[in-house]
Every structure is written in C-alpha cells, then in structure tokens.
Write a protein that binds this ligand. Structure first.
Ligand SMILES: Nc1ncnc2c1ncn2[C@@H]1O[C@H](COP(=O)(O)OP(=O)(O)O)[C@@H](O)[C@H]1O
Ligand SMILES: [Mg+2]
Length: 458
C-alpha cells in the first residue's frame, strides 16, 4: 500500500493508480497542459475540479523538495504549493517504484517555452527577465539558495502587462538564515550558465527575436539583479542636511514593489552624518494593500493597476476625505464585480479576474480615445468580450489544447509535435502593439532603478 506524507491530504488522491509507473498512467486521469523541460517524469492529473502536478523522483529528493516548498509557501515567496509525497509504491509484481511529489498545479501559469513558441517581442523578453530577477532577489532575501536557477524551473503568470515569476523546482535548494555574498554569487554563476544555454536553444530553434543576443540577455539579468540587490540592501550615507533621503529610499523601494519593515538608521555625534540600511524588506507592497482593502489576492502589478483605478474612482465620486476601506468596498461592488460579471462563464478560463480587469481598463482607454469621450466601463467590458476575449487562448487549462498543432503525446509536451513543419500560429497577444526598434537598448522600465533615483531626487 502506498504511503502518503502530507500535512493535509486530499483523500481523492489516495485512489489514483499509484502501483503504475507515472509514464504509463491511463490518460483518463491526465490533463494535457503546457510544461517545461524536466529530468523526471511529470504529469498533470485532474481530481474533481482540481489539477495537481505529480513528479516521480527519488525518495530523499521528494521529501527534501516537499519540505522546502512548504517553507517557501510559509515565507510567502512565489512558488508552487506542495501537497504531499507518495512513498512505498510497488507495481503488481512487487517491484518498487519511485516516490511521487504532488504539488498544486499553478493556475494560469505559463512555462517559458509556451510563451516563446508563439513568438515574443523584445519587450516581452525584457519583462520576463525582470520577473526572473525579482524572483531571484526575493529568494535570496529570505536566505534561499536555489542551486538550479533556470527558465525551465520557473513559471510565469501574466501580471498587468508584465509577468510574475514563480519557482517550480526546489530540488537543489537550501534554506539558510541569511546568504553570504559567495552563496549568492554561486546562484548567479549557475543562472548565467543555465540561462545562456536556454537562450541559445531558443535562438537555434528560431524562437528568439533576431535582435536579441543570448550573451547580452544574460548580462542584463546579472546587472539588473545586482542593481536591485543594492537598492534592497545597501548602506547609504549622507549629510545631516539631506534627511529627505530616508524618505526617498523608502519611496523607491515601494515603487519597486517592496515594503521596508525595518530600516536601520545610524547617526554620528551631532547628527552630521547619517547612515541608513534597509534590514527587513517584504515584497508585495501593492498587493498587500489591495488585499487588505478589498480581499482581492493579485500579483503586484495587477494590484498597482487596480489601486490606481480605486484612486480614480475616489476622485470621480468626490470622496477624497472618506474612509479608505469604505471607498474600497464601493469600488469593489460598483466597479470591479459588475465588470467581472459581464464575462460569460465559458470565457472565465481565459484569464484571471484581475488580469481581465486590467485588460478591460486598457480596452476602455482605446475605446474612449477613439470616441473622444469616456466610455462606460461595463460597456467597454462587453465590447472586450465580443471583440478580444473570444479570440484569446485559454490559459487556465491548456494552451496546447486549442492550438492548431497536434502534440505527439498530449500528456507529455516534451515529446514535441506530430508535424514539426508548422507555421507560427497567429497570437492575438502579440498583435497590434508597436515593435521596439532593433537598436533600442535592452532596457525595461520596471527595474530602471536609476530612473527611480532621478525621480526621487526631483
Ligand atoms: N505545480 C505545478 N504547476 C504547474 N506546472 C508544473 C508544476 N510542477 C511542475 N510543473 C511543470 O513541470 C515541469 C518540470 O517540473 P520540475 O519540478 O522542474 O521537474 P524536474 O525536477 O524533472 O526538472 C516544470 O517546468 C513545469 O512546467
Ligand atoms: Mg526542473
């Protein structure tokens, strides 16, 4: 009898065909979802309305990864959520099978290969790079040494025009109280090697924009990581007449999506020199505020967008001095919910609610511009559903399901397509947006810390 190691087992998992090697599982248990490249056999199973990822892996690794993923979830770092480990598996002849690590399938997540196989613009690559850098810095802040930083071990979710990155493979990870510079450099070294290989691979497959060079991309990731790390942790020293620099530092960190929980401030005798250093910074500045005000749990950029809309609602309804929580409740019931209810049930799997709202805000902006007046948000939502949403791929469940190409084995995307001689499918995500000129520097706006510093200096 298989044995379950888990804090809270979903009893429906117990009846799955554990005595069968994962590779041979009957397809009626499986769902075809896009998946990254992996060493182990990984499958997605549907149990009721939930989807789980199951990975066959050696026992000590399965337990190690399960415990680490629990720690990461507890510490609120974006990663897949562990469910349990199934050990003591034997086939009907009594031959032992490897244990299985079960995690919750990360809803609406996209492995980088499914993003790239549809062809991505330079801007999109920049945003992916930024998301990856933020994830690595967040992991390092809580003392997590990843050991296998790579695009294959990362999942991406759409986040109001950007991306949020999640860790998916913690097998090689170690959790420490704090990382030394040497340990962080070790992760960076691995990131350089793995990412360079992955970008070269995309390039060889004709999936990387010709204007992008793997070496430059890897250097960009490294530079942005170093800038972000410095902003998050470095000592800043200034003259007593420049006290506003304390405030600027906090504001810059907020703009990058971090809250400063502890700021160490040291002054010399007489207060002529001041040294500040952030000691504890927590990611999710905007998403935490939105959650507190409305109960909506979103990604960071989605939260920024929704909070801006909330501010706009407050101004439009002339409630500048009203209690924030009261206005937030009105916004939720009079704006957000009516917009989300206009989405027909069969289209709910296209995008997450917060991402839909963001898209509808964009759509309304285009419509208002064309009409020369402000278009009502619910009208904009209806138009968006009719003209845009229906044509988008279904991201909650499967991108591969409704693509025109057929996978050799729909339950194992790593086996490639039946006919590799296909034309790149039309992707509405990539449509209608201006191309960045080829000679534009590889530079996103999100992690431009220099620009933030200039802004803070006024
Ligand atoms: N919980 C999950 N949600 C979504 N995708 C997942 C999940 N777990 C695994 N995957 C997919 O399976 C791939 C391989 O998983 P990974 O843990 O990296 O296996 P390996 O240890 O063999 O490298 C990932 O790149 C990801 O695409
Ligand atoms: Mg992996």
């Amino acid at each position: 009898m298989p044995r379950f190691v888990s804090a809270r087992t979903d009893s429906r998992l117990i009846v799955l065909p554990w005595p069968v090697p994962l590779e041979d599982w009957p397809t009626d248990n499986l769902v075809a979802l896009p998946r990254g490249i992996s060493r182990h056999v990984v499958r997605f199973v549907r149990v009721g309305s939930d989807i789980y990822a199951v990975k066959e892996v050696l026992e000590h690794l399965a337990l190690h990864e399960y415990r680490l993923l629990r720690d990461l979830t507890r510490l609120d770092v974006p990663s897949v959520e562990p469910v349990g480990v199934v050990t003591e598996r034997f086939d009907p002849d009594g031959v032992p099978l490897d244990p299985v690590l079960v995690t919750k399938h990360l809803q609406f997540s996209l492995p980088y290969r499914s993003l790239f196989h549809r062809g991505v613009r330079r801007d999109t690559v920049n945003r992916l790079v930024d998301a990856m850098v933020v994830l690595l810095a967040r992991l390092h802040l809580i003392g997590f040494l990843w050991g296998d930083v790579s695009l294959s071990n990362t999942l991406f979710r759409r986040d109001a025009g950007s991306f949020a990155a999640y860790l998916v493979d913690a097998e090689t990870g170690e959790l420490h109280d704090e990382l030394t510079t040497g340990q962080r450099e070790h992760d960076l070294q691995i990131a350089r090697t793995n990412l360079f290989g992955e970008f070269c691979d995309l390039e060889a497959g004709g999936l990387l924009d010709a204007a992008l060079d793997p070496q430059t991309l890897v250097e960009t990731i490294e530079n942005r990581y170093r800038e972000l790390w410095a902003e998050l942790t470095e000592v800043e020293e200034f003259d007593g007449s420049e006290m506003h620099r304390i405030e600027s530092r906090v504001r810059r960190l907020n703009a990058l999506g971090f809250d400063v929980a502890e700021l160490d401030i040291v002054t010399d005798f007489g207060g002529s020199t001041i040294r500040i250093q952030p000691k504890v910074v927590d990611a999710g500045h905007h998403s935490r505020r939105l959650l507190r005000l409305t109960g909506l749990d979103t990604e960071e950029n989605q939260a920024r967008r929704l909070l801006n809309d909330l501010d706009y609602f407050r101004a439009r309804t002339d409630q500048q001095n009203a209690d924030e929580a009261v206005v937030a409740h009105q916004w939720l019931t009079q704006r957000f919910e009516p917009v989300i209810t206009t989405i027909p049930d069969d289209l709910r799997g296209k995008l997450e609610p917060a991402e839909l709202y963001h898209e509808i805000l964009e759509h309304r902006w285009f419509m208002s511009e064309a009409a020369g007046r402000e278009v009502d948000i619910v009208k904009a939502a209806e138009d968006y559903v009719a003209t845009v949403l229906r044509t988008l791929p279904d991201e909650a469940v499967a991108v591969t399901d409704n693509e025109s190409m057929e996978l050799a084995n729909p339950f194992d995307p790593s086996q490639g397509f039946v006919d590799d001689d296909w034309e790149k499918p039309y992707d509405p995500w990539e449509d209608g947006v201006e191309e960045t000129p080829d000679d534009a520097p590889v530079r996103g706006d999100f992690l431009d810390i220099e620009a933030l510093r200039r802004k803070a200096r006024g």
